[in-house]
Design a protein. Structure first.
Length: 239
């Protein structure tokens, strides 16, 4: 059996070693368990205690000596079900906190600046933006070529689910693209090496080199100014 499978359900490497030793060899004392698992004797008690709390091993005393024993493998499912319940409870807590936290954040200032790194950060920014945009809204911007088409498809799926229209100006006519619904495109050669777009009340700036970065600016003057610039550029851009 691949030990990493147990790590994927939340067990640490030390927990996996101790658990598998007990599964393979049956009840073991602390000393024998350390020898069998390769976990230092000083750590066995601590790690075994965590496994006891998770309910996937048990212990008993025999002749004044403590033994550890693996519980039925079926109890691993119980462990996962407990984690799912705890996760659902945590999600409920977060859901209840979001409105108050958003009020606290918005009460501090109307203008702010945020930065995210990596492709995952870019997708997360888009996901949040589409959640707050009213259905049927329009995004206007200047685009650059995306190296990862998977990311492009994911972005447009989210956009079309909300029926968000888009007007983008690109620098390169040879960009990799697919015709998407409500996606109007024009071109101005050499216009920009970064992406800029007004999404709702924020300007999103994206650069892909040397590493993917996304900047969000929430400032009414910045947003309105870029809208004006985009309107004028759109007039001279070629289809």
């Amino acid at each position: 059996m691949e030990p990493r499978a147990l790590e994927r359900i939340g067990l640490t490497k030390g927990e996996v070693k101790i658990y598998l030793s007990l599964v393979k060899e049956g009840p073991l004392t602390k000393t024998r368990l350390a020898e069998s698992s390769g976990v230092s004797s000083s750590k066995v008690y601590e790690i075994a205690g965590k496994l006891l709390n998770k309910g996937i091993i048990s212990s008993y005393i025999k002749n004044h000596v403590k033994y550890y024993s693996a519980s039925s493998p079926k109890l691993l499912k119980k462990y996962i079900e407990k984690k799912e319940k705890e996760l659902a409870e945590e999600k409920s807590i977060v859901d209840s906190l979001i409105p108050d936290l958003e009020k606290m954040s918005s009460s501090i200032k109307d203008t702010n600046f945020e930065i995210y790194e990596g492709y995952e950060g870019m997708i997360n920014v888009a996901s949040i933006a589409f959640e707050i945009l009213p259905a049927g809204s329009e995004i206007c911007g200047i685009g650059v070529e995306l190296e990862k088409l998977v990311m492009l498809h994911k972005y447009h799926r989210m956009r079309m689910e909300r029926n968000i229209k888009q007007k983008m100006i690109f620098s390169n006519r040879n960009i990799k693209r697919t015709d998407y619904k409500n996606n109007e495109i024009r071109f101005i050669p050499g216009l920009s090496n970064i992406g800029l777009a007004v999404v709702g009340e924020q300007l999103i700036i994206q650069a892909f080199k040397p590493k993917p970065s996304t900047i969000i600016i929430k400032h009414p003057d910045v947003v309105s100014s870029f809208k004006n610039i985009h309107t004028e550029l759109w007039k001279i851009a070629k289809k």
